[in-house]
Design a protein around this ligand. Structure first.
Ligand SMILES: O=C(O)c1cccc(C(=O)CC[C@H]2O[C@@H](n3cnc4c(=O)[nH]cnc43)[C@H](O)[C@@H]2O)c1
Length: 228
């Protein structure tokens, strides 16, 4: 049961943003499996990366009355925190490469007093969605989900990101953009990632995109029950 502050308001809708068509299709399939037609949830393609995601999300939010925004898709899991085939529900959405490279390493905007680089997800939302996914027998973890503009491709970069964001569970490319658009409209956000690969050395052959899309579809069935 999802608790405050998200409360399904009569006549208001839920917006789910996915990066690509393939993700949108499995989310729609999961949503409609037991509910037939649209039940107040819109699923749109945002495009890959935080900028496209922010623009697409804000554009959508200006077209209808929403009271919750969801970013759903595949993502990379940090080893030991989120394995391939599992789900991650973000408790915090972090723009992990938004900042300054320094001789000592990296400083984010918060450290430079130039702004913020993370958005908290409401605890009630995180708990409600996570419990529902667990109850459905799905493997789910919660933790910070990092938004990057470049898919990590080396063990060194993965280690740097894991050190930069304690507890980092997953990496993707749209969450912070979707979250900033939702914040702009005063709406709660949640990010849900189905893990297709481990964050680290690029090994395209190891990506399990199809498996992750299958898990995302199962998770979407649960979402339709818990968010409406
Ligand atoms: O490296 C490749 O050749 C390759 C092949 C297929 C897809 C990609 C992507 O870059 C997908 C980016 C897309 O998927 C999300 N995603 C999934 N895993 C990760 C990850 O480890 N780090 C960042 N993003 C990931 C992401 O949200 C994009 O929508 C590459």
């Amino acid at each position: 049961m999802v608790t405050s502050p998200y409360k399904r308001e009569l006549g208001k809708r839920v917006l789910i943003m996915t990066a690509v068509q393939a993700e949108m299709e499995v989310v729609l399939s999961g949503l409609h499996r037991d509910r037939g037609s649209d039940k107040g949830i819109d699923v749109l393609v945002a495009g890959i990366g935080p900028v496209a995601a922010a623009v697409s999300t804000l554009k959508a939010l200006l077209t209808a009355e929403y009271n919750l925004v969801v970013n759903a898709g595949i993502g990379g899991g940090f080893s030991g925190r989120a394995e391939v085939g599992s789900l991650v529900v973000a408790n915090k959405i972090v723009a992990a490469d938004l900042g300054v490279e320094t001789f000592e390493g990296f400083s984010n905007l918060d450290e430079l007093s130039l702004g913020t680089t993370s958005i908290q997800v409401d605890n009630g939302l995180v708990q409600g969605v996570t419990e529902a996914l667990l109850a459905a027998g799905l493997p789910v973890k919660t933790g910070p989900v990092l938004t990057v503009s470049t898919v990590t491709g080396t063990a060194e970069s993965a280690a740097k990101l894991a050190a930069r964001v304690p507890g980092a569970a997953a990496e993707a490319m749209e969450g912070y953009g979707v979250a900033v658009a939702a914040r702009e409209q005063g709406l709660p956000i949640i990010e849900l990632r189905a893990i297709s690969n481990l964050v680290g050395p690029r090994d395209r052959a190891a990506w399990r995109i199809k498996d992750a899309l299958g898990v995302l579809e199962k998770a979407s069935l649960v979402l339709s029950e818990v968010l409406l």
